[in-house]
Ligand binder design. Structure first.
Ligand SMILES: Cc1cc2nc3c(=O)[nH]c(=O)nc-3n(C[C@H](O)[C@H](O)[C@H](O)COP(=O)(O)OP(=O)(O)OC[C@H]3O[C@@H](n4cnc5c(N)ncnc54)[C@H](O)[C@@H]3O)c2cc1C
Length: 611
């Protein structure tokens, strides 16, 4: 560790969801870390939806938690409405989601970071990354301050050359009322990184007191909220409802009449936004036959001062937004606190990264979060955590931690980012993972806590809790396998789709006497129920791992691979896959190409097997 005040092992630029996890992870592992961010007051700010989790994103939060990250415990501490999504569907696709008090969330993370040993938080805007040869050596701020470091993690979200749009109004900004970061973007270009542009948008916020809730439908959270953190026994904070209203034909006509002033349709916005999260003007164009769209009115804070209008993200002019709100049931007299806007920003296609999230060009320079072309707090947190771990390990001359597609949604995400062309902001879906049954939210600890412990992120408290989980799981599984009813093991009854004894089994006095936690019972029951599927997934994973272990030499010259198609050569030179398995997942690469590469490697005796 270094002692000089302006010398750090690792500097994290940006205190958003990626930056908070990165800084915490690097510092906790032992790197003297600085978090350089524009304002301490906006650490882990929810720029858009005041909610954490959701389909597949909830799994990422559980994984971040299992590895020792901050997002799960913070959501549990500041959540104001918890719901387990897809409750009626299979365990593989069930995901927790929570509305959070966005101010308390931000303050909670800031407080955790301020208490983290080895971590200093400094306010300022990074303008330049100093590089010696191809090695990071420091960061320069816009005010001229210089900080030295051996590794830097850039997590600047939507701030790089951000241009915001509301109607014909355009202005530079990184997020509502916050400045854009221009110099840093120029610096990344100068360092030789490919920089492209994407777009996203956010809806208006309303004054909660001015809404007529009687005209809306109420939506309550779960009676028994499911926590995000494996450390949380139960959620005690008071839960508050959301409300549902709808757009209508008058609103659709209003928007259609004003399409010539909508930046998305006038050519003012030239970049692509998330197709899975379209603006209201895109929805009415794309689904012209629909007479209404659902709008969730979600409180942004426990005191219910402001409401986020989930479902009507837009960039139409302010006067059109005023009329739209006036035409919607329940919001006729509502006051708009912040108008909706869209933002275009710079990002760096992640194919420039190694699986550790370090750039291939500059040693010690890592990128994580929205800057890699993703969207979402959870995706950002997952990448930030991995970048923090790997920056600290690089400084310690240790091999990076790369999670496989079979180990974590975080692994799926990083692998996707490295092997696919991104043409819209990337968000996680359960359908992106091939082994969903193994990547459940309830078993993230069993998949990842050992890794978190090995790298130095999981503290004694979490480790003790995990040991208890393992001990209880094994004891319960043994009981279920060894206890028979009508000659058949209870475990085998649990495998039946319509198991008539499910409730009878979980209510057995022997089980309650065992003192096994409810979450452990649920997880073991799920393992029993899906044992057959899990075994099939395990077999498929074995095959996947064979190709994953075949590392491709970094200096492989694809032009010299005989019989390889020209298109395959181009793709492989561009994506530079780290393993043979990854090469096979690059879009456009065929099994025949893979076979040709294998023959080439064998012939050149350059086949490297990892441990
Ligand atoms: C308008 C808008 C709409 C969005 N819509 C959606 C959506 O529909 N769905 C969705 O999933 N997500 C959406 N998001 C994205 C979500 O907010 C981000 O994905 C997530 O916050 C990304 O996390 P991050 O850590 O990468 O960046 P951010 O959370 O944006 O954090 C970036 C941090 O970097 C700091 N920073 C920036 N530049 C510098 C610099 N040069 N020096 C020091 N600090 C710097 C900033 O102050 C900030 O703290 C939206 C965001 C915005 C702004």
């Amino acid at each position: 560790m270094t002692d000089d005040v302006n010398i750090y092992d690792c500097i994290v630029i940006g205190g958003g969801h990626a930056g908070a996890e990165a800084a915490h992870a690097a510092a906790k592992i032992g790197a003297k870390t600085m978090l350089l961010t524009i304002s301490k007051d906006t650490i882990a700010k929810a720029s858009c939806n005041p909610a954490i989790g959701g389909i597949a994103k909830g799994q990422i939060v559980k994984e971040v938690d299992a590895l020792g990250g901050l997002m799960g415990i913070t959501t549990d501490a500041t959540g104001i409405q918890f719901r387990l999504l897809n409750r009626s569907k299979g365990a593989a696709v069930q995901s927790p989601r929570a509305q959070i008090d966005k101010y308390k969330y931000s303050a909670y993370i800031r407080n955790l970071l301020e208490q983290t040993e080895n971590l200093t938080i400094i306010e300022g805007m990074a303008a330049e990354i100093l590089v010696d040869g191809n090695q990071v050596r420091g960061v320069v701020c816009t005010d001229g301050r210089v900080f030295n470091c051996g590794a830097a993690i850039v997590t600047t979200g939507t701030f790089l050359k951000g241009i915001m749009h509301t109607g014909t109004k355009q202005w530079a900004g990184g997020r509502l009322d916050e400045p854009a970061s221009n110099e840093l973007s120029d610096c990344l270009r100068k360092l030789g990184l490919d920089v492209q542009r994407l777009k996203t948008g956010t809806p208006a916020r309303l004054d909660a007191k001015t809404i007529d809730y009687d005209k809306t439908e109420v939506q309550y959270g779960d009676e028994k909220p499911s926590p995000f953190s494996f450390l949380t026994d139960s959620i005690t904070r008071k839960q508050i409802p959301c409300w549902i209203t709808y757009t209508n034909e008058k609103i659709h006509k209003l928007l259609l009449d004003n399409m010539d002033r909508a930046p998305l349709y006038t050519g003012q916005i030239k970049t692509t936004g998330p197709r899975y999260c379209p603006s209201i003007e895109t929805k009415i164009m794309r689904f012209a036959d629909k007479t209404r769209h659902q709008v969730f009115l979600e409180p942004e804070d426990e005191e219910q001062r402001t409401i986020y209008c989930n479902g009507i993200s837009t960039s139409v002019p302010e006067d059109v937004q005023d009329q739209m709100i006036k035409l919607m049931a329940g919001t006729e007299n509502a006051r708009i606190v912040h108008y909706a806007y869209a933002i275009e920003y710079d990002y760096c296609p992640a194919i420039q990264l190694k699986p550790s999230l370090e750039t291939r060009k500059i040693k010690g320079l890592f990128l994580a979060g929205q800057i890699n072309g993703t969207s979402g707090y959870e995706e950002a947190a997952g990448q930030g955590l991995m970048a923090g771990i790997n920056a600290a390990r690089l400084l310690d001359n240790k091999e990076p931690i790369v999670l496989g597609r079979h180990q974590a949604y975080i692994g799926v995400m990083v692998d996707d980012l490295l092997t696919r062309e991104i043409d819209e902001p990337y968000r996680m879906f359960t359908s992106r993972a091939e082994w969903r049954m193994s990547l459940r939210s309830d078993n993230a600890d069993k998949r990842l806590t050992q890794i978190g412990r090995d790298v130095g992120l999981v503290d004694d408290l979490r480790w003790a809790r995990f040991q208890q989980t393992i001990e209880q799981s094994e004891r319960l599984a043994e009981f279920l396998k060894n206890t028979r009813k009508a000659g058949k093991a209870l475990w085998d009854y649990l495998k039946q789709p319509q198991n008539p004894f499910y409730h009878e089994i979980i209510q057995m006095p022997e089980i309650s006497e065992m003192g096994v936690r409810a979450d452990v019972i649920e997880s073991v029951m799920t393992d029993a129920k899906y044992e057959g599927y899990l075994a099939k997934e395990e077999k498929a994973v074995e095959n996947y791992q064979k190709d994953e272990k075949l590392k491709l030499p970094e200096n492989i010259d694809y032009d010299k691979v005989e019989h390889l198609r020209a298109e395959a050569k181009e793709k492989l030179k561009r994506f530079k896959p780290a393993t043979l398995g990854q090469a096979g997942r690059v879009g456009g690469i065929t099994p025949a190409d893979i076979m040709i590469i294998q023959i080439h490697l064998r012939k050149n005796n350059a086949r490297h097997r990892s441990d």
